[in-house]
Design a protein around this ligand. Structure first.
Ligand code: 4AD
Ligand code: MG
Length: 507
């Protein structure tokens, strides 16, 4: 018994695999089965001449997702994914699957998400979940190697960390005791940092935003390190080291997965360069096209993108018309027709995406040009800004008015706080939010009053400033955002096994 990932160890030997039929093709004397076993995909060939008539007929009856145990000879074949092929000598069918709802055709997203429990088996989803798994592992490695203690913040909590508008309220406690699902473990992480020095939490967070965007979930996971005696600069240094570390690791260990996802290598080729750091004020100037970066203007770049989209769109439409023309004429063989049809479907998808870009880019340019200094950056603004870069950027020194109550103000410029957002490049946007925390009792007390937060719930948090307060800082990395960024997934719902967002509680 072996797994597909380990096939190379059995080259020219006979071994047994257990899995499911991902795909099947039949010719007169051969049945080609693409077997998947969770560890990978491998082509298994059933030959009438070796297996005999009865078995061959049995193999022909296999349907997509039927479960089988296959024994055969492992032969090197460079053309195969994974580099090996199995020449079947024996097989056992466990179940012939009913007609499987997900085929190789294009399916609508709603259909796929309603079938998430099955969609997880598809190759791309498989690759994304494996990247998620590796990322989780390497995140723990990074912090554990550096002496950080992993600690757990409660999920049920009486206080709001990131503002009160996005809270999930529960009714479990007494009437006068509101209980919420946690938006962030940070405040508890701060308490733990004063006990252990350097800590991190890695837990679920909940935000009750009643809107659906490609980058928001209502239930997501966050990694939140918190370090005593760290200031904002040390915080930024750690973030940069951390992001470089995890991305380099995924690049090294998830080669097959990245290939399956057709993730281009621009990110990996550039990740070891320094991450540009800029203040919020500079970022706004760049966004509005008032300040250039290495001779490049953000708005001009977007105009260029728009022109390119229009050119590509015209070319794709022409190609589509040509292929549809051939199909309409008829008189072509089934194989060729199927191939053309799949190309037509693919082109239609690409055209839809390009048309969406053609509609969106002018809106983004408009939003960037009219951006009001002092406001928060929206998704569109982050897109325009990060389009200029091939590495993440760190935007720090934010207006206090738009950031959380716990961020420390600049001593010499108290309208600004020592917060930092890390924006992933090539249009992706925010993956990290962090800050140096307010460590002075009176200033923090005032901020809680100013934000109209219930003082009673924050008394314990204020204790941290009563008993041995020190400068400290931390950040939160959105786990699904990171999986999405690295895998190149178009929507955050593909980065968690069973996504939860407004309107989606099934399956
Ligand atoms: O910027 P945020 O709100 O920061 C905090 O919660 C701080 N308490 C973190 C800290 O300093 N310890 O959230 C941090 C990150 C965001 O940058 C984003 O990547 C992710 O969490 N995030 C979400 N991911 C998916 N869906 C959502 N609704 C998210 N909201 C935030
Ligand atoms: Mg944020």
């Amino acid at each position: 018994m072996t797994s597909i990932r380990e096939l190379s160890k059995h080259e020219d030997g006979v071994t047994t695999l257990q899995g499911w039929v991902a795909n099947k093709r039949t010719s007169k004397t051969l049945v080609f089965i693409v077997l998947r076993d969770g560890s990978g995909f491998a082509q298994c060939v059933v030959d009438l001449n070796t297996i005999g008539e009865d078995n061959f007929e049995k193999a022909k009856r296999l349907t997509q997702e039927s479960s089988v145990t296959i024994t055969g000879k492992v032969v090197k074949d460079e053309r195969q994914i994974g580099g090996y092929e199995v020449q079947v000598t024996d097989f056992e069918i466990h179940q012939i699957a009913e007609e499987y709802p997900i085929s190789n055709k294009e399916h609508g997203v709603d259909f796929l998400i309603n079938n998430r429990h099955l969609w997880l088996r598809s190759k791309k989803q498989w690759a994304i979940m494996r990247i998620r798994n590796r990322l989780k592992y390497v995140i723990h490695t990074f912090f554990q190697e550096r002496g950080f203690i992993q600690t757990d913040a409660p999920i049920l909590t009486g206080n709001a960390c990131e503002g009160t508008t996005e809270l999930f309220e529960t009714e479990f406690y007494k009437k006068d005791q509101a209980a919420f699902l946690s938006q962030s473990g940070q405040l508890y992480g701060e308490a733990a940092a004063f006990a252990h020095g350097k800590i991190y939490t890695f837990g679920p967070c909940f935000r009750a935003e009643k809107s659906v965007t490609p980058r928001h979930l209502s239930e997501f996971w966050m990694i939140e390190p918190e370090m005593a005696y760290y200031n904002i600069e040390m915080n930024m240094d750690l973030i940069e080291e951390f992001i470089k570390y995890i991305i380099n690791d995924v690049h090294k260990t998830c080669e097959t997965e990245l290939q399956v996802l057709e993730r281009d290598s621009v990110l990996f080729d550039n990740i070891n360069k320094p991450f540009p750091r800029m203040t919020y004020d500079d970022a706004v100037s760049i966004l509005k096209g008032e300040k250039e970066v290495d001779g490049r203007n953000a708005l001009a770049l977007m105009e260029g993108d728009l022109a390119q989209v229009k050119t590509d769109l015209a070319a794709k439409k022409e190609e589509l018309a040509e292929k549809e023309g051939i199909l309409a004429k008829g008189g072509i063989k089934k194989g060729k027709r199927n191939y053309l049809q799949s190309q037509v479907d693919k082109l239609k998808g690409e055209i839809k995406n390009l048309e969406e870009m053609e509609r969106n880019i002018p809106k983004w340019i408009e939003s960037a040009r009219n951006f009001k200094r002092g406001e928060d950056l929206g998704a569109a603004d982050e897109r325009v800004l990060t389009r200029l870069y091939k590495t993440p950027i760190m935007v720090y020194k934010w207006p206090a008015a738009i950031k959380a109550f716990y961020m420390k103000r600049y001593e010499d410029d108290p309208d600004y706080v020592k917060g930092v957002d890390v924006l992933a490049p090539e249009g992706f946007g925010e993956v990290v939010g962090g800050a140096e925390r307010e460590d002075d009792f009176d200033t923090l007390h005032k901020a809680i009053v100013h934000h109209e937060l219930p003082m009673k719930e924050f008394e314990w948090y204020l204790d941290l400033r009563r008993y041995g307060s020190v400068p400290h800082a931390g950040f939160g990395l959105g786990f699904e955002r990171t999986v999405m960024w690295l895998s190149g997934a178009k929507h955050i719902r593909e980065t968690i096994p069973f996504p939860r967002y407004y309107g989606r509680l099934f399956p």
